[in-house]
Design a protein around this ligand. Structure first.
Ligand code: AGP
Length: 608
């Protein structure tokens, strides 16, 4: 997944483009480039590496009023200057986020017609196609339309034409693209954090829409037809302060976002805590829907999938409705069985994850009502689902998801309460108790965050470990998975999460002297079983790091105990995950890893 940005207006374009790319760097960071009109034609500067490397090669240039930029996560063609965007051909410069699936046949056809290519990318066919059409005297809009209708796959494109020096085009199909509306200046970007310093008025482009940005204004229409779309009817005011997309004094976005979790959970909970049943109205679930509700499918990827697993435990406990939790890339190809009374829920921070979107579309095609739990207003998932439950975590920039995850758990808790009530499984006293406990979670997370110094100290003794095991039971088994994912994706240390009860079925063979084994050990009805697992690990030389609300039970057995506050058992994942986030963060930082932009990863996987 990549980041694209464009600007046209009365200010200097280069600083806007560079700042925008810096704010989009979490989307891809192996190479970058910009193209701009210099009054005589298009200039392009691009390089392998990061935005800071790009800044070094751009000459200080003034009076540049139109330009576009790109920061890349390589899909086709290794990270290199040649493969970096923008790509150019015969007066057409473009930046692209997405995948063109039929680019090979197009490239072969163009090469047979005398075109030469510089890069290995799929993207480079686009400027060639558009420039061919322009040479046939097609208008820019026709040339773009006729070029794009030959493409299969997904794209968010920024287009700059040599012959239209005061115009940009932005068009999307399957990859996110927002238009920023300023005061006599206009922007496009893959995501709103890039534009928050300049505007809070956005148009979220829909698939098949093209926007012409000119110094006199923007024009929006569908590519297929020239029916213009009234701008005021689609402009949305987004209430996110620019600081939400800045580090605010923290060393990394990830650390800031870990410490933002009390606010993020509070904002997510407060929207519905007084009226959880209002959620079901928001979901447009009729009484009949609720009476017929027989099964839930929860579908997601990565950390969001782990949230789904917690949600599955929690909703089954509160409603006694079966919940099947699936990894999206599996669900979309398994011919899912959607019976009458099945409710489909996708969980996606970005709202742009290709596999999750495909699963959601498949469920919808099969007749399921689709709900998405999503953190980005106007994202594809939010626009395509039948209903949206927004988490209020704010922009999550760190590639490793933290505040979005706990906000997803909060949202799922509210949903469980609402469904539990309407299914007659929860009496009002229980609802009051859960709501009260849920309202306390932000304060309890604050208390866990106060353990940060101890956790950093603990981390310093673990940075040379080559493998970790994470163990949990019941609703905390997914937290073992999540703790392992956090560690491996930012520190590159191999880690596996397992149900603690599985140890005897294989993983116990891994235990050897000093192997770190992180154990979620809340004192709940499974504690005694977990204690046996802890003793099995210790007996074989493993080093247990326990997360528990009752250290006294472990003090003469376990050396490293992270104390967390007690809470309602089904809410304990919201608390227990926080020390694991901090542990992973500190180990990664001490190992010198790039915590916010881990190797090979991107914030949102918008390609399969
Ligand atoms: C988690 O830390 C990762 N960044 C990744 O697993 C992520 O959760 C996954 O790609 C799903 O993203 P989404 O929530 O935006 O759909």
């Amino acid at each position: 997944m990549c980041g694209i940005v464009g600007y046209i207006g009365k200010s200097e374009a280069l600083p806007v483009l560079i700042e925008g790319l810096k704010r989009l760097e979490y989307r891809g960071y192996d190479s970058a480039g910009i193209a701009f009109q210099n009054g005589k034609g298009i200039e392009i500067y691009k390089t392998k590496g990061k935005i800071k490397d790009l800044v070094q090669i751009i000459p200080s240039q003034s009076n540049v009023k139109v330009g576009l930029g790109h920061t890349r996560w390589a899909t086709h063609g290794q990270p290199s200057t040649e493969n970096a965007h923008p790509h150019y051909a015969n007066g057409v410069a473009i930046v692209h986020n997405g995948i063109i699936e039929n680019y090979r046949e197009i490239r072969t056809r163009l090469m047979n017609n005398g075109h030469t290519f510089i890069s290995e990318t799929d993207t480079e066919v686009v400027p060639h196609l558009i420039s061919c059409n322009l040479r046939k005297q097609q208008s820019p809009r026709e040339a773009i339309f006729n070029a794009l209708k030959t493409l299969k796959g997904s794209y968010a494109l920024g287009i700059l034409l040599e012959d239209e020096p005061d115009t940009l085009y932005a068009v999307r199909k399957g990859s996110p693209l927002v238009i920023g509306i300023g005061d006599g200046e206009y922007y496009f970007a893959s995501d709103i954090p890039a534009l928050l310093p300049y505007t809070r008025r956005f148009i979220f482009l829909e698939d098949g829409q093209i926007c012409r940005l000119n110094i006199s204004g923007v024009k929006l229409e569908y590519l297929e037809e020239s029916r213009p779309i009234e701008i005021q009817s689609v402009v949305k005011e987004v209430d996110i302060p620019p600081s939400m997309a800045e580090k605010d004094g923290y060393d990394h976005f990830m650390l800031k976002e870990i410490f933002e979790q009390p606010r993020a959970v509070r904002d997510t909970v407060n929207e519905w805590i007084d009226n959880p049943l209002g959620l079901l109205e928001e979901f447009k679930l009729t009484r009949q829907d609720l009476v017929e509700l027989r099964r839930l499918h929860i579908v997601a990827c990565g950390t969001s999938y782990h949230a789904g697993l917690v949600g599955g435990y929690l909703i089954e406990k509160l409603t006694r409705i079966p919940v099947d939790v699936h990894i999206a890339s599996e669900y979309r190809y398994k011919e899912p069985i959607i019976e009458k009374g099945t409710l489909f829920i996708s969980i996606t921070q970005s709202g742009e994850t290709a596999d999750t979107l495909a699963a959601q579309r498949e469920a919808k095609r099969l007749g399921a009502k689709t709900i998405t739990i999503c953190n980005v207003v106007g994202s594809t998932s939010a626009r395509e689902a039948d209903a949206v439950l927004y988490t209020r975590a704010g922009p999550e920039i760190g590639v490793a998801s933290t505040k979005a995850f706990t906000s997803q758990l909060a949202a799922l808790s509210l949903l469980g309460v609402a469904l539990g009530f309407v299914k007659g499984r929860l009496i009002s006293e229980e609802i009051v108790t859960i709501k009260r406990q849920l309202s306390k979670i932000p304060m309890l997370i604050e208390r866990v965050l106060k353990e940060d110094n101890y956790i950093r100290e603990l981390a310093s003794s673990l940075i040379y470990a080559k493998d970790f095991l994470y163990l949990g039971r019941g609703i905390n088994y997914p937290i073992a998975l999540e703790g392992a994912l956090k560690l491996k994706e930012i520190s590159y240390i191999h880690a596996e999460g397992y149900p603690a009860g599985e140890m005897k079925h294989g993983p116990i063979a891994l235990i050897e002297d000093g192997l770190p084994v992180v154990v979620l050990a809340p004192v709940d009805e499974l504690f005694k079983k977990t204690l046996s697992n802890i003793e099995e690990v210790i007996a074989r030389g493993g080093r247990v790091i326990a997360v528990t609300d009752e250290p006294a039970y472990l003090k003469d057995k376990v050396q490293d105990v992270i104390k967390v506050p007690s809470t309602y058992p089904i809410l304990s994942p919201l608390i227990n995950v926080v020390p694991l986030q901090l542990l992973a963060y500190h180990i990664a930082v001490m190992k010198g890893c790039n915590v916010d932009q881990p190797r090979n990863l991107a914030k949102s996987v918008t390609v399969e």
